[in-house]
Design a protein around this ligand. Structure first.
Ligand code: C5P
Length: 328
C-alpha cells in the first residue's frame, strides 16, 4: 500500500423495521427481539480522507454536533484492530433525523467499519467486523449487510431474507425524540402491569408469529397488500400513550391510503407504504407541517453494489464484498 492520500465518499442508508417484536428481558439488561430490518433510500453522506503516516489521529467535522459520535468510535475501533497508522479526516453530512428509530448513528458507524479497512489497505475478517459492530450498538451489524434481513437475539444475529418489494414510502419524522432505553422502560412498565411477576416475558400469544409470517410472505414474494397484518411494532403500544401525536400520524398515514403504516424502531419516525407514486404525492400534501420524506426500499443487491462502486478504486483482490457470517 502506497503512502498516498486515499479518499472515499460513501452513503450510509437508513433503515426501517417492517416488523419488531420484543420477546423478553435478558440477564445482560438487553432484550431479545425479532425484527425485520429494511434499508431505505434516505442516507447520510460520509467523506473519508486517509493519510498514512505516524500516529493515529481522527478528526470529525459534522453538520450536526453529536456527542460521543459513533463514527469516531468506529474509526478508533478499526485503527486499534488493524494497527494502521496515519491521519483520518471525516466529514459527515447528516440527512437522517436523530432519535427517529432510523438507525442514523448506527449506519454511519457501519459505513466507517466497511470503508476504513479498505482505505487503509488492512482488511478486517468479516466475523471480527461483525463483533466490532455489535460492540458499537445493537443495530450496527445489520448495516454491514443491508437489504431485508431478519434480526434476532439483541438484533445482532442476522439472517438475510428475500428482498421486500413495494411501492414508494412516506417517512414522517416528528420533532419528538424517543430514546431507546426509555422506550424499553415504557414497554417493561406496560408488560409488568399486564403480566404477573416475575416478568421474564411478555404476553406470548402472537409473539414470533408476526415476524415469521412476514418472512414467509416475503419469501413468497407477496406484495405489501399481503403484509399489513404481520407488520407490527411492539413499541407502538408502549410509546403511543406517552406521545399520542405519533399515533395520530400513523392513523393519518392509514387514512391517506398507506398500507401498512407503522412506527419504526423505538420511534419516533413513522412510515407508510403506498402503491403508486401519485398516491404518495397526494398523501404527502397531508403532512406539510411535519418533516416528511418520499423514500423507497433498497434491496441487498443494490446496497452491496453501491458499496462496491463507492470503494471500487481502493478494492484489491478478495477484500470485498463482505459476506454475512450467518447466511449466503
Ligand atoms: O445496543 P444499543 O447501544 O443501541 O442499545 C441502546 C439501549 O437500548 C441499551 O442500553 C438497552 O437499554 C436498549 N436495548 C435493549 N435491547 C436491545 C437493544 C437495545 O434493551 N435488543
Amino acid at each position: 500500500m502506497s503512502n498516498t492520500t486515499r479518499r472515499a465518499l460513501v452513503r450510509a442508508f437508513a433503515k426501517i423495521n417492517l416488523c419488531l417484536e420484543v420477546l423478553n428481558r435478558r440477564a445482560d439488561g438487553y432484550h431479545n427481539i425479532r425484527t425485520i430490518f429494511q434499508s431505505i433510500s434516505l442516507a447520510d453522506t460520509i467523506e473519508l480522507e486517509w493519510n498514512p503516516g505516524e500516529g493515529a489521529r481522527i478528526a470529525l467535522e459534522s453538520t450536526l454536533d453529536i456527542p460521543n459520535n459513533l463514527v469516531v468510535r468506529a474509526a478508533q475501533a478499526v485503527l486499534d484492530e488493524t494497527g494502521a497508522k496515519g491521519a483520518l479526516d471525516i466529514r459527515l453530512t447528516k440527512k437522517i433525523p436523530l432519535g427517529g428509530g432510523l438507525g442514523g448513528g448506527s449506519t454511519d458507524a457501519a459505513a466507517v467499519l466497511l470503508a476504513l479497512p479498505v482505505l487503509t489497505g488492512q482488511p478486517v475478517p468479516t466475523h471480527q467486523l461483525y463483533d466490532m459492530a455489535a460492540t458499537l450498538g445493537s443495530d450496527v451489524p445489520y448495516f454491514l449487510c443491508g437489504g431485508t434481513v431478519l434480526g434476532i437475539g439483541r438484533g445482532t444475529e442476522l439472517y438475510p431474507l428475500p428482498d421486500a418489494r413495494s411501492g414508494p414510502l412516506a417517512l414522517i419524522c416528528p420533532t419528538v425524540h424517543v430514546s431507546t432505553p426509555h422506550a424499553y422502560e415504557l414497554l417493561n412498565r406496560r408488560a409488568q402491569s399486564e403480566v404477573p411477576e416475575p416478568c421474564a416475558s411478555y404476553p406470548p400469544s402472537r409473539k414470533i408469529n408476526n415476524s415469521q409470517s412476514l418472512a414467509l410472505a416475503l419469501g413468497a414474494e407477496l406484495p405489501p397488500d399481503g403484509w399489513p397484518g404481520f407488520c407490527w411494532n411492539d413499541f407502538e403500544s408502549a410509546v403511543f400513550p406517552e406521545y399520542p401525536q405519533l399515533e395520530a400520524i400513523r392513523d393519518r398515514l392509514s387514512e391517506s391510503g398507506a398500507s401498512p403504516a407503522l412506527m419504526t424502531g423505538s420511534g419516533a419516525a413513522l412510515f407508510g407504504i403506498f402503491r403508486h407514486r401519485d398516491d404518495l404525492a397526494g398523501a404527502l400534501q397531508n403532512f406539510r407541517k411535519e418533516r416528511a420524506f418520499a423514500v423507497r426500499l433498497i434491496g441487498r443487491k443494490q446496497y452491496r453494489s453501491m458499496w462496491r462502486r463507492q470503494l471500487t478504486e481502493h478494492v484489491n483482490g478478495d477484500t470485498w464484498p463482505l459476506q454475512s457470517r450467518y447466511a449466503e
